[in-house]
Design a protein around this ligand. Structure first.
Ligand code: ADP
Ligand code: MG
Length: 243
């Protein structure tokens, strides 16, 4: 299967603190990959390096056969092809739900407002938020806000959708509605890279699990391999603490 993104020898340091060390992994088209690991292991930094919210210190990010970290490369074109869903939603609070899903399409993708609204509505339906087009974010629950954030990312029709702990900021009773939407997206064939603490969810929806520990990929495999037959001591310890 075609690799959408391939990471080779990626490293990231903040000053003398090496947060990511020699990370290698790839995401194939249609694949759902979940990244798990303790707090501070480098999961968010890895996602932020993948979408270039952080500048990697070394290594390569291969996209469509080219290393996008080459100086000559057009980083903005690459970034347009990735969607990101954050823990804290990051909605535009002064825009209503529809407008949140439209502005990026108009500004970045140069779509007409009418076309952008049509696409936004399609994805607001997918996440079950089409009845709230005129609501402002502050009128919504956390789960609803996150579903709007997912619709906004989908409206940009990215090649890969990155999620950084999308349910960690939610009240427990709202986690399910967001995971349900994500599960439907996974089953629809979307390419997804997900940082999550929801182990049962990761096990159910992922094609592959990446376990990170202290800035390295300690173990990687299918959900069965990682959750039922982990080979590394630190994976076993992490799972014992988490499950
Ligand atoms: P995780 O998402 O797995 O909890 P992070 O990627 O957020 O881990 O953080 C990994 C390490 O990098 C932590 O030790 C954190 O303090 C450090 N770190 C993250 N971002 C920065 C930053 N902007 N400046 C300095 N250190 C950072
Ligand atoms: Mg994090």
């Amino acid at each position: 299967m075609e690799k959408v993104i391939e990471i080779q020898h990626l490293s990231k340091a903040f000053g003398s603190h090496e947060v990511l060390k020699d990370i290698d992994f790839s995401v194939k088209k249609g694949e759902v990959v979940s990244i798990i690991g303790s707090s501070g292991s480098g999961k968010s930094t890895l996602l932020r390096c993948v979408n270039l919210l952080e500048k990697p210190s070394g290594g390569q990010i291969i996209y469509k056969g080219e290393n996008i970290l080459d100086d000559k490369h057009d980083i903005s074109a690459y970034r347009r092809r990735l969607g990101m869903v954050f823990q804290q939603f990051n909605l535009f609070n002064n825009h209503n739900v529809l407008s949140n899903c439209v502005v990026g399409q108009v500004k970045v993708l140069k779509r007409s407002k009418a076309e952008a609204e049509k696409i936004a509505l399609k994805f607001l339906k997918v996440v079950g938020m089409d009845r709230y087009v005129n609501a402002k974010p502050k009128q919504l629950s956390g789960g609803q806000k996150q579903r709007v954030a997912i619709a906004r990312a989908l409206s940009m029709e990215p090649d890969v959708l990155l999620f950084d702990e999308p349910t960690s900021a939610l009240d427990p009773e709202m986690v399910g509605e967001v995971l349900k939407v994500m599960k439907e997206l996974a089953e629809s064939g979307l390419t997804m890279l997900i940082v999550t603490h929801e182990m049962e969810f990761a096990r159910e929806v992922s094609d592959r699990i990446v376990f990170m520990d202290k800035g390295v990929i300690a173990e990687e495999g299918t959900p069965e391999q990682i959750f039922l037959n982990p080979t590394q001591e630190r994976t076993k310890e992490f799972l014992k603490r988490t499950l």
